[in-house]
Ligand binder design. Structure first.
Ligand code: IPE
Ligand code: IPE
Ligand code: MG
Length: 250
């Protein structure tokens, strides 16, 4: 079938049943370093190509009607990488946030971010807030960037936030249930992911959305993130469409 977008008409794989497109897709974008190494290039070149994949996947997700796309872009643990790589990643992130505004506007994408955003360098925080503000009113895809993110840190912050409310007398400890916890996580405005994609073949969560992934369908591909493009994304959606979700039922 053909999907009409603002600037061109692109063919999408006819096999995708648009009624079975996940509402929320979360992606662990892994393998940039290995992609570069395979080509004898510096790791940062893998990150640069990885940013191209982000562009393409954001477009593709919007085209098929995914409502939320959460991308794991930088973990709390990633601060432990060599200084030069962290600096290069932060420069790339800032450039991406600035350069993408027109494209996000054109495609009606609303940008959001989760994580310990105050850990980011001030100039990245500024650009992030500017890009979020600029796209605030867009009503298409919500793109959530996980930056300086850790699932365990998110849970610790959630506990602190609940304790504060209890101390203020706004909440009774007996009222704390799954719903209250969900409402105190960074992700309180979004539904839980329906599909988790991890590239580069690692079979682990690496501290991503530990609470929210409880019943998420998992798709792992050995394709490295810089090679993960429209076609590969649609293959993941197609696989998802064939899953039978039971949520513990029969
Ligand atoms: C993912 O690629 C990007 C980030 C974690 C920032 P990696 O940089 O982890 O690439 P590999 O896993 O070393 O190949
Ligand atoms: C997970 O990738 C974090 C991001 C994709 C941002 P890593 O490369 O940091 O994870 P590990 O070290 O392989 O678990
Ligand atoms: Mg990695």
């Amino acid at each position: 079938m053909q999907v009409k977008t603002t600037n061109e008409t692109r063919t999408i794989l006819p096999e995708i049943d648009l009624r079975k497109v996940p509402r929320h897709v979360a992606i662990i974008m892994d393998g940039n370093g290995r992609w570069a190494k395979q080509r004898g290039l510096p790791r940062v070149e893998g990150h640069r190509q990885g940013a191209e994949s982000v562009r393409e996947i954001v477009r593709a997700a919007g085209d098929v009607g995914v409502e939320y796309l959460t991308l794991y872009a930088f973990s709390v643990e990633n601060w432990n990488r060599p200084k030069a790589e962290v600096a290069a990643l932060m420069r790339l992130l800032r450039k991406f946030l600035k350069d993408e505004i027109p494209e996000l506007q054109k495609n009606n994408v609303r940008l959001q971010a989760i994580g310990r955003l105050s850990d980011l360098p001030p100039e990245v925080q500024e650009q992030l807030h500017e890009s979020i503000e600029a796209t605030r009113k867009n009503s298409g895809l919500t793109l959530v960037l996980a930056l300086s993110y850790s699932g365990r840190v998110e849970m610790v912050e959630c506990v602190h936030s609940i304790l504060r409310e209890i101390k203020l007398g706004h909440l009774d400890p007996a009222q704390v249930d799954e719903k209250v916890i969900s409402q105190h996580l960074y992700t309180r405005y979004y539904p839980d992911p329906d599909l988790l994609v991890r590239t580069s073949g690692e079979m682990r969560l690496s501290n991503f959305l530990l609470w929210q992934l409880s019943y998420t369908e998992i798709f792992i591909t050995t394709i490295l993130w810089p090679d993960f493009r429209r076609k590969e994304f649609f293959a993941a959606l197609q696989d998802f469409a064939s899953r039978q979700r039971r949520f513990g039922g029969v």
